[in-house]
Write a protein that binds this ligand. Structure first.
Ligand code: DGJ
Length: 715
């Protein structure tokens, strides 16, 4: 397909906006009378003339609708406002003095700007009856079909505050079609990112997090098709939100109206968040994507966008890490960790991460959180002797922290009980014996930064695992009741501010985003992290489902996976070591087991597989990912192909053998048809055409059988 450059245009005469990405166009127009922007098109490229015709046709069509009991514009709005003749759920609900909720605006102007590799359009609307401006922002990139949208609200009044009840980043309007099948990610702790597909009927479908974190239970992403898209073919619309706190995704569709998906921060009824006089509030970005390449094509576009525009240092190759958590739990001390470090280095690990239990009086989960001083009984010389040892073994050193949290049994809580979320006169609910610090408070943000900065300045640390192990409850701030509604927004920006400042000051430190496993996986966190801890569930069978869902939007380069011990603590399942490695090798490989208990045979196999992973990880971490079959199918595979198509890796899994059937050939994807590829099975050479048209026949027998096939193009 020919590639064209991205562009944005706005015709002030007709009010038509047109966004062009390399392979798609997106169009809307600003209504003449009420200045409400109406969406008209999202799909393969069109011209400015097409866009103008669509605007005219839509204007006529909406004007011809019988207006009794309904608003003809409902469902078509680029950004539905609360107020006026509008009966759908709004993207923007503001409350002005006098309990007035209606927003009426007029277009004040527009701006078009260009930056390095992107073009921006801003439509600036002025409220008719208040000193307030709402700016709708659009950004297109030269190297992606993803469109970024966000909104900036400015309270221009010097005296009056405005209450924000809802401020979404975008409304995405779907084309009118017979069926709207919505793919989304659901789950819970230890079962994150489960892919589901459901039909959107004439109703509202709300997916949200009310927990203060992105959540294990839903992820801010969807893909919409007409029920016919497959992994390889079909028109798919998709969108996400770059946000790590509570959020809402609301899909709405009424009879004879288009489906419209609103995406924004804050769950339903969170607030309000008061916008003080002269205050400006910028929403997180919501990104949207249209592709004709099916669900696989949508994932490719998301992965490439993530690596080019979200993830810092995406070109780095992530090291194989060892993490102490499943090996030692809270039972950490210098001698034990030294022994583990030696064994980890012997396996070929490149980064040693000391998990929970090294600080304060943290000998279990009941005490110590918040006291970020090294436990002197466990580490009498501080962390330095262990760190020096780890470095001498040729590994980087990583440390676990949970900065947003305190145990009531901690020095910091005893000194500052008012720093946690709570309601006056009520006992705040403990979860995992801990309370959430109020990071909407600037003094708490400053304190957290100071503690972590001191830790990173005093120790030669290469990696930080930032954990967050409980959702918000009792979201009160009794000292400042007027600011209470802010916390759902300001806590997240507080977390971002701390990580951003730490990254600036300690550029050599990589961050792993974790929230009791995968409770905080989103583009907001990805923008300031190097990888995600995807789930506490390391059972290889469950993990394949979790990884399948994760891969719908997030790239393998960010997916941290460990091989741990048997039986797994989650379900007591026993899966052979090679299968477990092959599942973990589908992302950023790590090891998390009690290595002292591994047999000589297991250690040798682990060493061999880690060595193999290092030889192929550039393909897994930076190549294009193809899902070859659903995880429940035997045999299903994941394949990775380098950008120049010179190398590929296929990981094939047979969970359970049925009868005496042999696996069918697995048709590969993304290779050069006319290229010849050598398989690492002793030298078979096959053309790309054969590998993709006929496939490879994996030799797998029995249950939990797996194999890794490495292909290299020969000249
Ligand atoms: C939850 C994380 O997901 C685990 O990996 C581990 O770090 C524990 N917290 C430690 O408390």
């Amino acid at each position: 397909m020919s590639r064209r450059l991205s562009a944005v245009s706005y015709d002030a005469g007709s009010g038509v906006l047109l966004l062009d990405t390399p392979r798609t166009s997106y169009s809307a127009y600003v209504g003449r009378e009420d200045h409400i922007p109406i969406h008209t098109y999202w799909g393969p490229p069109i011209t400015a003339e097409d866009a103008a015709c669509l605007a005219e046709a839509t204007t006529e069509r909406l004007a011809s609708e019988w207006p009794c009991f309904r608003s003809p514009a409902n469902g078509h709005e680029e950004y539905p406002l609360d107020g006026g003749v509008q009966f759908g759920r709004a993207a923007l609900t503001l409350e002005f003095p006098g309990a007035v909720r209606s927003v009426e605006w007029r277009l004040g102007g527009h701006e078009i700007t260009a930056g390095a590799g992107h073009h921006d359009l801003v439509l600036r609307f002025e409220a008719r009856h208040h000193d307030l401006t709402v700016a709708l922002h659009y950004r297109v990139h030269d190297d992606s079909d993803v469109i970024d949208r966000w909104v900036v609200v400015r309270n221009d009044s010097a005296t009056d505050s405005v209450d924000v009840h809802r401020l979404d980043s975008a409304a995405w309007v779907m084309p009118e079609q017979e069926r709207h099948r919505m793919s989304h990610l659901t789950g819970r702790w230890a079962a994150e990112t489960q892919l589901r597909r459901t039909d959107l009927t004439e109703a509202r479908l709300v997916l949200e997090s009310r927990r203060g974190i992105t959540s294990h239970h839903a992820n801010p992403w969807f893909a919409m098709d007409d029920g016919t898209a497959t992994e390889e073919y079909g028109r798919v619309y998709s969108a996400t939100l770059h946000w790590s706190g509570s959020w809402r995704m609301l899909a709405q569709r009424d009879m004879d109206e288009p489906a419209q998906v609103l995406l924004g921060w804050g769950h339903e009824g969170f607030g309000p968040r008061r916008l003080e006089p002269r205050e400006i509030l910028r929403t997180p970005v919501s990104s949207g994507l249209f592709t004709t390449g099916g669900f696989g094509g949508a994932s490719h576009a998301w992965h490439e966008y993530a690596l080019r525009h979200v993830l810092p240092g995406a070109e780095e190759v992530r090291p194989v890490l060892f993490n102490s958590w499943e090996a030692t739990g809270f039972d950490v001390d210098e001698a034990g960790q030294r022994a583990l470090a030696r064994q980890a280095a012997d396996l070929g690990c490149e980064l040693f991460v000391l998990d929970d239990g090294w600080f304060g009086r943290r000998t279990g989960d009941r005490a110590g959180l918040g006291d970020w001083w090294v436990n002197g009984e466990r580490f009498p010389g501080g962390l330095r002797p262990l760190i020096d040892d780890v470095h001498a073994l040729g590994m980087g050193f990583g440390l676990w922290i949970e900065p947003e949290m305190v145990n009531p049994d901690s020095d910091v809580y005893r000194a500052h009980p008012e720093w946690t979320y709570h309601y006056a006169g009520r006992e705040p609910k403990l979860m995992r014996h801990q309370l959430v610090l109020n990071l909407a408070r600037p003094d708490v943000v400053e304190w957290v930064f100071g503690e972590l900065d001191a830790l990173l300045s005093a120790n030669d640390i290469q990696f930080v695992k930032w954990d967050m192990n409980r959702p918000f409850t009792d979201p009160g701030w009794p000292e400042e009741p007027d600011r209470q509604g802010r916390l759902w927004f300001d806590h997240v920006t507080g977390v971002y501010a701390v990580i951003d400042a730490l990254r600036r000051k300690h550029p050599g430190v990589a961050f792993e985003a974790c929230s009791g496993g995968g409770g905080r996986i989103d583009f907001g966190m990805m923008a300031r992290s190097d990888q995600f801890w995807v789930s506490d569930n390391t059972d290889a069978v469950d993990r394949r489902h979790i990884q399948h869902g994760f891969s719908q939007i997030y790239p393998a380069r960010t997916m941290s996976c460990w091989v741990t011990d048997l039986p797994t603590f989650i379900n007591k399942r026993r899966v052979p070591l090679t299968y477990r490695f092959h599942v973990a090798m589908a992302g950023v490989l790590g090891v998390g087991g009690d290595l002292a208990a591994w047999t000589g045979e297991e250690t040798a196999e682990a060493r061999r597989l880690i060595g193999q992973y290092k030889r192929i990880r550039h393909i897994v971490q930076h190549g294009r990912l193809h899902r070859l079959g659903e995880p429940a199918r035997s045999a299903a595979a994941v394949q990775y192909v380098t950008a120049d198509r010179s190398e590929s890796v296929v990981l094939v899994y047979q969970e359970a053998q049925q009868y005496d059937s042999h696996p069918r050939p697995i048709r590969l994807r993304g290779l050069a048809e006319d290229g010849r590829y050598r398989l690492d099975d002793g030298g078979t050479t096959l053309s790309g055409a054969v590998l993709m048209g006929h496939g490879v026949i994996p030799s797998l027998t029995g249950d939990y059988a797996s194999t890794l096939i490495h292909l290299e193009r020969v000249t």
